[in-house]
Design a protein around this ligand. Structure first.
Ligand code: PGA
Length: 260
């Protein structure tokens, strides 16, 4: 695992965006795995800027989102369909038919989950999966206790996640209790993983994920099993890492990445 510590949220976002650029430079028809939440917003803003100002081309890209709340229609302001459209898709040129987001309103979840997994496979797998991390250590909605070989399925949200996400809803009681989410196994199948984390509320989860034991109690720790996983954190989110100097030494010795 590579750990990159950046001074602030903006630099974290730009560094993550450069990794997306590198993938698209090598493979213009890449399959990108998308994440929602407040953390990747800066990354999406930077990608939109690169698209509008530097002609970063998304016209051959396919995307798969990690998760969606169960029960929220696509036009609900807190649905992940809405989030992705508002913050990313409507600003770039990804063909509509290439955008895949789990359905939070299907009448048959098991069939939908199976179809989603199959569709990822038919598209050749995910080249780069973007990830956030929950304060309970989750990736996507793989809450503590999720099998590390889980696939796309329905998941009950943890109390911690409901508390964390209540800020986006009028009332805590409005936060959905269930989500449809890619599994940890689905995520580990991606060719490359980039996890972004910002702020002191993530410091403990980041340290557990990067330096703790691999455990289903912190599903982000499964990144340790992946051959090409990069964790990009800002200063506050890096606060509990014990091997900081080592990560910084490695990063400083790395040749600069080519620009788009
Ligand atoms: P956040 O969510 O970016 O809004 O903190 C991250 C997550 O729960 O994966």
């Amino acid at each position: 695992m590579e750990v990159i510590i950046q001074r602030d949220y903006q630099q974290m976002s730009k560094t993550a965006a450069q990794i997306v650029v590198e993938v698209l430079n090598t493979k213009p028809n890449a399959v990108l795995g998308m994440a929602t939440g407040s953390t990747p917003l800066g990354l999406y803003q930077e990608l939109v800027r690169l698209h509008t100002e530097e002609q970063l081309d998304f016209s051959r890209v396919t995307t798969f989102n990690l998760d969606e709340y169960v029960g929220l229609p696509v036009n609900h302001p807190q649905s992940y369909h809405y989030f992705m459209h508002e913050h990313f898709f409507r600003h770039v040129d990804i063909p509509r038919n290439n955008i895949n987001i789990p359905s939070g309103t299907t009448s048959n979840y098991p069939a939908f989950c199976q179809w989603y997994e199959k569709r990822i496979e038919e598209c050749g797998g995910i080249d780069l999966q973007i990830l956030g991390i929950g304060s309970d250590g989750h990736i996507a909605f793989n809450e503590p206790g999720s099998s590390l070989s889980s696939r796309t399925r329905l998941k009950t949200l943890s109390k911690q996640t409901i508390d964390d996400n209540a800020r986006f809803f009028d009332r805590r009681a409005d936060v959905p209790v269930y989500a449809i989410t890619m599994g940890v196994g689905t995520i580990l199948d991606a060719h490359k993983l980039v996890l972004v984390a910002s702020g002191s509320s993530k410091a403990k989860a980041v340290a557990q994920a990067v330096e703790g034991p691999v455990t289903s109690m912190v599903t982000a720790s499964a990144l340790q099993l992946h051959r090409d996983a990069i964790v990009i954190v800002d200063e506050a989110a890096a606060a509990s890492l014990t091997m900081r100097e080592y990560y910084e030494f490695i990063y400083a010795a790395k040749p600069a990445a080519p620009r788009a």
